[in-house]
Design a binder for this molecule. Structure first.
Ligand SMILES: [Fe+2]
Length: 155
């Protein structure tokens, strides 16, 4: 197979392989060897490769997979249609060195806002959108042990 390889970062590259793999905007991929995580900001034909193996597309878990309500983003306060306080989750998620929420984001139409968190901080993010969202809002968060979770909110 004829492959074109593009190096994106030190250990992350994209391998073009006849359209078998297609990335999509905002997909999140993780390398199970070194732990690198990347989010797609430009979709393309190819497979993301890190440490000489394909990166894994992270599944977005939602309420269907949740039992303890500690991971799905929870709207703690909706100040107005553009201003949200989001907590992870309905029962506050731990923020310990070994187990914490790394980031929370909101995808609003063609805009993405992300808040990075550290152990010891509250698992809370506040988002003020510059304009009213036209479609649904998608809130996502990443737990270093339990992966990627999302809440879709109709507006
Ligand atoms: Fe967790």
């Amino acid at each position: 197979m004829n492959q074109n390889v593009y190096v994106l970062a030190r250990d992350v590259k994209i391998v073009l392989n006849n359209g078998e793999n297609m990335t999509e905007l905002t997909q999140v991929y993780k390398c199970n060897v070194c732990g690198n995580i990347v989010e797609v900001v430009h979709s393309g034909v190819g497979q993301l490769v890190c440490c000489n193996q394909p990166m894994n597309l992270l599944k977005e878990f939602s309420h269907a997979e949740e039992k303890q309500e500690k991971h799905v983003p929870f709207i703690k306060e909706k100040i107005n249609e553009q201003h949200y306080v989001v907590q992870i989750g309905e029962v506050e998620h731990p923020m310990e060195e070994k187990h914490y929420i790394e980031w929370v984001e909101v995808i609003a139409d063609d805009q993405v806002y992300k808040k990075f968190l550290k152990p010891g901080e509250k698992p809370i993010a506040e988002f003020k959108l510059p304009s009213k969202p036209k479609n649904k809002l998608v809130f996502r968060e990443y737990c270093n042990l339990h992966g990627l979770w999302k809440l879709e909110l109709d507006v």
